[in-house]
Design a protein around this ligand. Structure first.
Ligand SMILES: NC(=O)c1ccc[n+]([C@@H]2O[C@H](COP(=O)([O-])OP(=O)(O)OC[C@H]3O[C@@H](n4cnc5c(N)ncnc54)[C@H](O)[C@@H]3O)[C@@H](O)[C@H]2O)c1
Length: 355
């Protein structure tokens, strides 16, 4: 089917794991289900079909550096799982806008280079899809890059919780430009939201009445710091809505990032509490703790989403692609229970029907 040319904006921890995975699983013998990939092949696309052709950031330690070096620059702390040979892609300076908050200024040194014309650079690179990995809550920056994608004729993947695919105006702009758009707020492979939803789905299917539930987490990446300050309420609301979609009746649920602990590095600890009743009003409680690495948790789904957008492109899908959004994101335009969104995604991949 040919190569999927992508550009990355935000060379933080998610980008680090993604670029490492592209190299590591670029060798087809490594790209098997047992290696942590949900789909070694998605439709006709292998992981090795994805190629990064451009990258943008604002951090002094990343701008002007080859991508293989920039992904390990401070303050990134994603685990390193393989050596990456030199890459020709040099990280370009994008406009900062609201990308660096006062809380992040101690950790992120802003580049003094002049911002490039992002839309022109995207066009020049031949990118088909712009993958937005901007900080949570950076709405001006997210809107700027989405607009650059429109000008350059690229589809857009919005991993951040800023609403784009779920915003009818942005959805219409991409529809009118005949370009696909997917989002919002990427779902992790074994993230707290996915696990919480799976637990609730299990309980609902067993006929158990859920009385109340929460899921709170702490982490040490810049993303956790952002989630604590400017994006706390929004993240909490999106995660809570996503989790609540699993229960077919009203139930008190709270889900969201709670704190930042600097020495945790890229580790995230998520605490789950579920209380309910089953036959004869017998009650139960579940207390669980999930300890995971944040950045690699985003990678398998991101690889599926990128290939899903390309399949959408191949079949002429424009605007938000429902099947990809509900499978890969916590705040899609339309939410379904987890098992149904997975079934819809698999059907979309297998279908050969153009629109
Ligand atoms: N498992 C996960 O890690 C996960 C899951 C779901 C969603 N997400 C979302 O993915 C996004 C990225 O997460 P992350 O952990 O990689 O964040 P991060 O903080 O590690 O990286 C963000 C990057 O964006 C750069 N940036 C800031 N402003 C910019 C601008 N104007 N132009 C270009 N670059 C700019 C920063 O310098 C940094 O390199 C976040 O919005 C997060 O909520 C992550």
């Amino acid at each position: 089917m040919g190569t999927i040319k992508i550009a990355l904006v935000g060379i933080g921890n998610c980008a680090s794991s993604l670029v490492q995975a592209l190299h590591h699983y670029g060798n087809p013998s490594q790209a098997t289900e047992s290696a942590g990939l949900a789909h070694p092949m998605l439709g006709n696309y292998a992981v090795s079909d994805i190629e990064v052709v451009a990258a943008f950031d604002v951090n002094k330690h990343k701008v002007g550096k080859p991508l293989n070096k920039a992904i390990f620059a401070t303050p990134n702390n994603a685990p390193k799982f393989g050596d990456i040979p030199g890459m020709k892609i040099i990280v370009q300076r994008g406009p900062t806008l609201d990308g660096i908050t006062p809380e992040l200024q101690e950790l992120v040194e802003e580049s003094d280079a002049k911002p490039v014309d992002v839309a022109a650079k995207l066009k020049e690179s031949g990118a088909q899809i712009l993958v937005g990995l901007l900080p949570s809550g950076a709405s001006e920056a997210t809107h700027f890059y989405a607009d650059a994608a429109l000008k350059a004729g690229c589809g857009y993947v919005n991993a951040s919780p800023v609403l784009l695919a779920s915003d009818p105006e942005w959805a219409q702009l991409f529809r009118s430009a005949n370009l696909p758009l997917v989002g919002d707020d990427l779902m992790s492979q074994l993230g707290a939201t996915a696990l919480h939803r799976a637990l609730l789905d299990f309980l609902v299917k067993r006929g158990v009445r859920i009385v109340e539930s929460y899921q709170l987490d702490v982490g040490g990446g810049t993303e956790s710091l952002e989630s604590l300050h400017r994006a706390r309420d929004q993240k909490r609301s999106l995660k809570t809505q996503s989790v609540s979609a699993e229960v077919p009746y009203e139930v008190p649920v709270t889900a969201g990032s709670s704190d930042y602990v600097y020495f945790m590095g890229n580790r995230r600890e998520s605490y789950f509490y579920l209380r309910g009743r089953y036959i004869g009003d017998a009650d139960f409680k579940i207390d669980l703790r999930l300890i995971s690495q944040d950045a690699p948790n985003s990678t398998s789904i991101l690889l599926d989403v990128i290939r899903g957008v390309q399949i959408g492109f191949d079949r002429g899908f424009v605007g938000p692609i429902d099947a990809v959004c509900s499978y890969g994101f916590k705040a899609p335009p339309r939410s379904y229970p987890l098992s149904l969104s997975e079934a819809i995604f698999e059907h979309f991949i297998r279908s050969t029907r153009p629109i």
